[in-house]
Every structure is written in C-alpha cells, then in structure tokens.
Design a protein around this ligand. Structure first.
Ligand code: GLU
Ligand code: MG
Length: 481
C-alpha cells in the first residue's frame, strides 16, 4: 500500500465519498483471514489527539459503507476534553467516521484489532467541511492542479520511560527509561527490547523504517520512516504515534511524543521533510525531482526557493498548525536544534527550514526541505496541508526567500538578524494563533467552520494552561501525545 491514488477515496458525482465494493470485500476477507474482531476507525482532531470508534467484525462491511455515527461536537473538543462553544458543532448534528479501505492494517501491538484511517463525512457520505483528512486531500488536489505532488515524511522523536506517581503528590511524571548519551551505544543496549518490538510493529504495518538512534534526551528515541506521498505520510504518522505508545503500553512502559514531556530535557520534534514531484494532467506521478537543480550552489531549483519563500512568508501562522500545543513552545527555543528563527539554511539545524544535502546514491531524488518547527502534537493532516498551501503560495507568487543563513541565528546580533530577515518564531501558542488569525491565505484554505473550531479549541488550551505549573502542563501532554 505504498502509493494511494490521488485523491482518495473517490468522490462520486453527487459529492458523496464512495467506498468501492471490491475494496470493502478485500478488507473484510483480510480481516477474517487475520482473525480480526475489532477494527478501529481513527481520525485526528483539532486538539491533536487521535480518536476514533471501532466496528466489531460482523458489522465491518456495513460500517465501511455507512461509516460509524459520531457527533459533530468532537471537532470542538480540546486536548483536555473541554468542549468549546463553536456554532455548527453543538449537541445537535451528526457526521460519520468513514474509513479509507486503502489504509486497513492489522495492529501488531493490539492482537485481534486492525485500524483504518478515516474521514469525517456527512451522513449521506458527502465531505464534511471540518474534516482534517479532507483538508489535506484538498491541498494535494490543489497542488496537483499546478502540476506537482508532495512527497513527505514526519521524522518523530519520542521519550521512552515509565509513568510514575510524583513523590511530592503532584501530577504523575514521565521517568525516562535511561540516562544514556546522545547516539551512544549504551542507549542502543538499554532500549533494545523495545526498539526491536517497535521496528517489527512498524514494518508489519507497511511503514519502511530507515534509521534508529538513541537521541540526546534521557530516554529519547528516534526511529525514522521513509517518505511517502503526502496523504500516506500523514496516515503513517498517525499509525506511528499509536505504535510507539501501543508497544510501550504492552511492555508496561510509557512513551510520549509530546514536544516537551519532561521539563529540562531535550524536546521531541517531528521535523517535516518535503519534496515535490511532477504530476501529469492525467493525475499520474512523474519522476522529475522538482526541487533539484544540479547547477545551483545548494542544488535547489527555483521552484524549491519559491516553496521556501512561501513557507517563510506564512511561518508565524503556520506554526499554530505545525506546533499545535501549548507544550510545543517549551520546545521551540534558540539553540535547542528545534529552530527559533524564521530563516532557511543549507544543512543548518538551527534554521526553521533546512535544505538537506543530497545523498550520493540519489542526488536528485534526495534533495528535500526539512521544516524544524513541527512536532507530534499537531494534527498531521492540517499541518501538512497548510505547508502545501504555504509552499504553493510561494510558487504561485514566485516568492524570493532571500539569502540562506548558514550560521546559528542565535549567535547573530539583533542588527545582523534584522538584516538577514531572521525574526523570532512565535514564543507561545497564543502568539502563533494571533499570527494565524492574521494570515488570510491560511484562514481561507481552512474554510469557515474548520478555522472557527481550530482557533476556539486552541485558544481554550492556551487559556487552560496559562499560569499553570510546568509539571502539570507536561503531565497533560505526555499522557495524551
Ligand atoms: N530534538 C530536536 C528538536 O526538538 C532535534 C534534534 C535533531 O534531531 O537535530 O527538534
Ligand atoms: Mg533527531
């Protein structure tokens, strides 16, 4: 299931999302062959939480046609389960959690269960304007209309440990599994049983694992997954998040992809790698690496620079979607290798956008852009979709990103940073939301209902954590993300 068609699932003339009967039969047969008794229909909400409902096996075929009934209000729910007053998302109104058969996968960490990634659709099957996965599909389709397709990968870090009661009676703490050094062999030893389980579980779900290493923070791990077409990349990230936690839970451990689960320890990023391929008018993917130009000093094409120009132009508002939690801004600080300034640079790990140097075995295909201000508390469909819209704006307007900054921007003087156009990224979720509320392009891409709900949910999270103890904020994030 490496390539999903563009867009999926097919939309009929009536606008209804239409589940193909062959695909349903294939999934049902596979569920039976694998002794699956429960199938989770999963989606990501505006709080960045993965939620869903499950169909028992005898009802699977029927629910793949109809979806499972769900209240519209869940997209107005915050990551603290505080329901926000959003017009159109009250107690009256219904959507269906409609699974995409192309994503069916047995879950190695939950024997007897399988999952499908789902859209939220209207009861008649028509797309619902606040569905996050549909937003990404729209972005993919709009980009395809310009002749491009995004290939992407989230590169998540996470903290492995145990959840323990706090000795001082405060909120539970995440106690890291080890205190190993960055990339150290000791780290390999200490996390080995878990990492082998995780690797097998990801591979069994069709994710191509590329690299593993113990990261800088205590208990911090990174296992990277190969890039994929945009929708698949976001789906992969949802599967990845659940696998990291599911494998830990089954071992009596706790894992968290929260941006800063432990105050004072290294943050968990989910850097977003992006590149473009060409798409024909027939919708077929070409093999042209659109970001590559061998003649350029950074081997980046004019389109690549325009894409960076778009990302930079929208970055303050964009981070409200790519770094979607209060906890995100504890991570986004200077000299944390997570980026804090709106600059791009060649292999610069303190730049918001890094041009990644190509690999010798595939110099054209491996050129990609890495967005550092991105973490796993984001809704990956909204985050990747918004990056596409920002980059597309840069391509359409041929935006010039200025010169690359190939030093750590924190080491520059204020005057030097100003000359380089290096402004500080938002330092809080509220600041990022202010920037998003002022970004007409991103707001328009989101549409009325989705943007009202997103802003309300996120403002409520910012208010709920304002002035609270960092231990409480970290607790609420590491227990959920
Ligand atoms: N942990 C860093 C972050 O929060 C990234 C470290 C690295 O992989 O360069 O983004
Ligand atoms: Mg890393």
């Amino acid at each position: 299931m490496d390539q999903y068609p563009l867009p999926v699932p097919p939309i009929t003339a009536s606008g209804a999302v239409h589940a193909d009967s062959d695909a349903i039969a294939t999934v049902a047969a596979r569920a039976e062959a694998e002794a699956i008794s429960l199938v989770w229909f999963l989606y990501a909400d505006h709080g960045g939480i993965i939620r869903g409902k499950a169909a028992a096996a005898p009802l699977l075929r029927a629910r793949m046609v109809t979806g499972i009934g769900h209240t519209v209000a869940m997209m107005a729910m915050s990551m603290l389960d505080h329901l926000q007053p959003v017009a159109g998302m009250g107690p009256v109104g219904e959507v269906r959690i409609m699974p995409d058969p192309a994503t069916f996968v047995p879950l190695p960490y939950a024997p007897g269960a399988a999952a499908m990634l789902a859209d939220l659709v209207q009861p008649g099957g028509e797309p619902w304007e606040a569905c996050a996965r549909t937003y990404l599909k729209q972005a993919i389709a709009d980009l395809a209309a310009e002749g491009y397709a995004v290939t992407a990968a989230f590169e998540p870090e996470f903290t492995l440990g145990r959840r323990e009661a706090s000795p001082d009676g405060g909120p539970d703490r995440l106690v890291p599994a080890d205190d190993s050094l960055c990339y150290s062999a000791t780290g390999f030893h200490l996390a080995h049983d878990y990492t082998i389980d995780l690797l097998g579980a990801l591979q069994a779900q069709g994710l191509t694992v590329e690299h593993y290493y113990p990261e800088l923070g205590h208990g911090q791990q990174e296992m990277s997954v190969r890039h994929a077409p945009a929708l698949r990349a976001a789906d992969n990230h949802v599967l990845y998040r659940e696998t990291v936690r599911g494998v830990a839970f089954r071992r009596g451990m706790w894992a968290s992809l929260a941006p800063k689960p432990i105050p004072g320890q290294a943050g968990n990023g989910a850097h977003l790698h992006l590149s473009l391929r060409d798409v024909g008018t027939d919708g077929q993917l070409g093999d042209q690496a659109v970001f590559h130009d061998e003649q350029d000093r950074y081997r980046l094409s004019a389109t690549g620079y325009h894409f960076i120009g778009g990302l930079l132009a929208h970055l303050p508002g964009l981070v409200a979607l790519t770094c979607g939690s209060v906890n995100s801004y504890r991570r986004l600080a200077p000299q944390m290798w997570s980026s804090a300034y709106s600059v791009y640079g060649m292999d610069n790990r303190e730049a918001a956008i890094r041009i990644c140097s190509p690999m010798r075995d595939d110099p054209a295909g491996s050129v990609n852009l890495e967005l550092k201000p991105s973490d796993s508390s984001a809704n990956p469909y909204l985050s990747l979709g918004a990056c596409i819209y920002a980059g597309l704006d840069g391509i359409r307007r041929k935006l010039d990103p200025g010169d690359a900054v190939n030093v750590d921007p924190a080491t520059l003087t204020d005057a030097q940073r100003q000359a380089a156009g290096a402004s500080r990224l938002p330092a809080s979720l509220d600041e990022a939301l202010d920037a998003l509320a002022a970004d007409d392009l991103l707001l328009e891409s989101l549409g009325g209902l989705r943007r009202r709900a997103y802003l309300a949910v996120k403002r409520s999270e910012a208010a709920a954590f304002a002035g609270t103890d960092p231990a409480y904020e970290c607790f609420e994030h590491f227990t959920k993300i």
